[in-house]
Design a protein around this ligand. Structure first.
Ligand SMILES: [Zn+2]
Ligand SMILES: [Zn+2]
Length: 394
């Protein structure tokens, strides 16, 4: 084969009868190029494209507190320490070739002709990497340990990642809610170490060489699957980014939620965290609620399509003509319901047995709590209560 990368580890014997005419591509170059583009470490912040790490930072920032009086903006990031041997000349910009004619910093991968003509000013000025006045060395990425040392000593092949951020804080007027700038501070902070890729396209973590293998990813969305044979379904929310939310029932029919496959907790706790604070709000999320009101000892239900089929306990007369629309002990049919609606009757009295199995939704101090069974003991207390209240049927 032509141009084949020399294998330094083992002699490769070619038994093929037909000679290769196409050079073997450098497969590792794909990995190296990809990671290089991800880091953009040789580029100055203003030269960076909105990809990779740069895009990730820009996506997350700005971060603000929940009162919105402080905000953290991302300005730029820097990877690794770039300096000469003696450490007097620093900065990634000094590691790059520069035209002494026009002062343009050449792109790190710019190819020049042998004559080194500046592509920006077309002059024959010298294009060179600045050298340190003191040690005569050029600026390079300083590595604490080489990949070989990392492998031998059990270190991670990485360089520090620093980000420059801007903290802005405001003062909020408690009355007018107007924001007034308090102070702005810019600072470079150490963000952590970022692994580097070796020439072989690998990473070294704690002395172990590893490669990144692309993984199948669950498609984001909402999924339902039948629960374990009990006639219910289990839901799962898989977002593009962030925690998975899985719902499941236990043996006692309690609904639990699991975030990111960790410990499960009650779904009601989860709903409260989302802002559905009271039992009332949670019950109305799960069940159809009915509005009831006591008038002179009779319990009236607010007219609702869902009451069709229930038994009526008091006759209903037309508010204007005083004609009986609905006699006692009759089932509320759809036809009757429409008649009542047309006559603008808004409440009907239903047979007390229709309240069997009802659960209180509205919380009435000293009378009933939400999520409480409505039984006969409660009935007396409720009869004294003049306001409408809501119930549901689990
Ligand atoms: Zn130096
Ligand atoms: Zn130039």
């Amino acid at each position: 084969m032509l141009n084949e990368t020399k294998n330094i580890y083992r002699d490769r014997i070619d038994f093929s009868k037909i000679k290769g005419v196409f050079p073997m591509p450098d497969m590792l170059a794909i990995q190296r190029k990809s990671y290089k583009e991800y880091l953009q470490m040789e580029l100055l912040p203003e030269e960076r494209k909105d990809i990779g790490l740069q895009a990730a930072f820009k996506d997350i920032f700005p971060v603000s507190d929940f009162k919105e009086t402080t905000q953290l903006d991302f300005i730029s990031y820097a990877i690794g320490n770039w300096e000469c041997k003696c450490g007097r000349l620093k900065g990634v910009e000094n590691s790059r070739r520069k035209c002494s004619g026009c002062g343009t910093l050449l792109p790190p991968d710019a190819e020049l002709t042998e004559k080194e003509i500046c592509p920006y000013c077309n002059s024959m000025k010298t294009i060179e990497v600045p050298l340190c006045d003191h040690c005569g060395d050029r600026v390079e990425l300083k590595l604490k340990y080489s990949p070989h040392e990392c492998l031998q000593k059990g270190y991670t092949f990485s360089v520090p990642l620093r980000i420059k951020v801007r903290l802005i804080s405001w003062e909020k007027d408690p009355v007018s809610k107007a924001k007034r700038l308090k102070h702005i501070k810019e600072q470079e902070v150490y963000f952590g170490d970022i692994p580097l890729m070796t020439e072989k396209g690998t990473f070294i973590f704690n002395g172990i060489e590893r490669v990144v293998v692309s993984q199948l990813q669950r498609s984001p969305g909402v999924f339902f699957r039948p629960g374990d044979g009990k006639g219910f379904f289990i839901g799962k929310i898989i977002p593009y980014r962030g925690a998975w939310v899985e719902f499941e029932y236990d043996g006692k029919n309690f609904l639990y939620v699991r975030l990111d496959r960790k410990k499960k907790f009650l779904a009601s706790v989860f709903l409260r965290a989302l802002g559905f604070g009271s039992n009332e709000e949670i019950l109305s999320l799960f069940y159809q609620t009915y509005t009831l009101v006591f008038k002179k000892g009779t319990l009236y239900w607010k007219l609702d399509e869902n009451l069709v089929g229930k038994t009526v306990s008091a006759e209903v007369v037309h508010p204007k003509t005083k004609k009986v629309i609905m006699p006692v002990r009759k089932k509320l049919t759809r036809e009757l319901f429409e008649k009542l609606q047309a006559a603008k009757v808004d409440v009907v009295a239903l047979s007390p047995k229709e309240l069997e199995g009802a659960l209180a939704v509205t919380q009435i101090p000293d009378v009933m709590d939400s999520n409480m069974n409505i039984d006969e003991d409660l009935w007396e207390k409720l009869a004294q209560y003049k306001e409408p209240f809501e119930v549901c049927f689990p």
